[in-house]
Design a protein around this ligand. Structure first.
Ligand SMILES: [Zn+2]
Length: 219
């Protein structure tokens, strides 16, 4: 499970900054080289040619600047500094109800360090199933809340799902909304690429299709 709010400074951040720096130096050198070559042309006694050269230089500088800005925004999106736009969907009443059901299950089945993450899913025909994660004594045998919930639904003969959400609870009324881990993203998408996953945080939840959370599914 990855909490949406967690964003520690990591090794990749360092590489990212280094890469941006190298790119900036490259762009700067490139523009300087261009400027020198155009300066050479500017001394030619042909006013029309000079005007064209200046115009081209401006366009190239502008294009480079835009490319650099786009690069920066892409990097920030990648590391979660800028939120994705366009694909987010507002929650419906039923989605909010799903969050409440996950909270109820998290409270009902809570055991410290063993059962702390509950999930709730709604089938295409509106039936709700919940489940609880468990931390096994042997780590690799742990089961996430989403998987436990899907197993619950499958055991009752339901394989067509509309939405799913996972909630961490401490058993004392404190909750967090969790994004599915990579393994859960794979499992959820095995049941359909159009399943909605509720993410964000409890103050500002929104939903995305699982295909957006796992664009390059393992097939
Ligand atoms: Zn998981």
């Amino acid at each position: 499970m990855i909490q949406e709010s967690q964003h520690p400074f990591q090794y990749l951040d360092f590489l990212d900054i280094l890469f941006s720096l190298v790119l900036s130096i490259q762009i700067f050198s490139y523009q300087k080289a261009l400027y020198c070559s155009f300066s050479y042309q500017l001394i030619l006694p042909e006013p029309s040619k000079n005007a064209r050269a200046i115009k081209t230089l401006y366009w190239l500088c502008l294009r480079n600047l835009l490319q650099f800005l786009k690069f920066g925004i892409d990097r920030m999106k990648l590391f979660g500094y800028v939120e994705l736009k366009g694909e987010k969907m507002e929650l419906t009443k039923q989605d909010l109800e799903l969050i409440e059901q996950a909270k109820v299950t998290a409270d009902r089945l809570h055991v410290d360090d063993i059962h702390e993450v509950a999930a709730a899913l709604r089938t295409k025909d509106g039936k709700i199933f919940t489940g609880i994660h468990f931390d096994a004594n042997v780590g690799f045998a742990d089961v996430c809340g989403e998987v436990a919930t899907i197993c619950h639904a499958v055991a009752h003969g339901y394989r067509e799902y509309d939405s799913i959400v996972a909630i961490w609870g401490d058993g004392k009324g404190n909750y967090s909304l969790l994004s599915p881990c990579g393994r859960c993203r794979e499992v959820i998408s095995d049941f359909g690429l159009d399943i909605w996953v509720i993410v964000g945080n409890l103050e500002k939840p929104y939903k995305l299709k699982i295909s957006e959370l796992l664009p390059l599914k393992n097939k």
